[in-house]
Write a new protein. Structure first.
Length: 145
């Protein structure tokens, strides 16, 4: 049965290789859950889930305090330096189903580097992946950061 005193936000990070996805996830969680480093190729190869602590007194519903937890899914870069686009899409689909299940994905955060000019088709690749995945699921919002 659903616990009405808890609210969970299921969030996933998307973006090109080395855009700062894992760092953004760590900042959101206030943790070092995700391996993040500067590299000439893609660092993250698998999806992984991090959870925030339960944030008490986040809001009230019917006079009752609601506790918030944010669940963050880090994903491999898209395009990836070693993995095919098909592989990354499949990996993300499976991770979304495994970690977020029936609840689904609530927020998709698109992480982009501010110091690299966007050119050609590449900048839209992560958005295309989100859209492909979204067609088979339930994401409501895409937020660029
Ligand atoms: N200057 C600056 N560096 C950042 C920022 N965010 C991340 N970085 C650095 O960029 C590098 C790559 O960051 P990651 O978080 O590993 O990037 P990623 O998108 O997860 O990379 P992949 O897993 O390889 O796709 C690291 O050295 C980070 O410290 C930022 O906002 N500003
Ligand atoms: Mg990463």
């Amino acid at each position: 049965m659903m616990d009405s005193s808890k609210m969970t936000i299921n969030l996933a990070l998307f973006g090109m290789t080395q855009s700062g996805k894992s760092s953004a996830g760590n900042i959101l969680l206030g943790s070092t859950d995700f391996h993040s480093s500067f590299a000439p190729c893609s660092v993250t190869k698998d999806c992984s889930l991090g959870r925030s602590c339960h944030l008490r007194g986040f809001m009230r519903r019917g006079g009752q305090e609601i506790t918030l937890q944010i669940r963050v899914l880090d994903t491999p870069g898209y395009p990836h330096s070693k993995l095919s686009e098909k592989h990354v899409k499949q990996e993300v689909r499976e991770a979304l189903a495994h970690h977020f299940g029936q609840e689904g994905l609530h927020l998709a955060l698109l992480v982009q580097r501010a110091d690299v000019p966007l050119c050609g088709q590449e900048e839209s690749s992560p958005v295309q992946m989100i859209q492909v995945i979204q067609r088979g699921s339930y994401t409501n919002d895409i937020i660029p950061i």
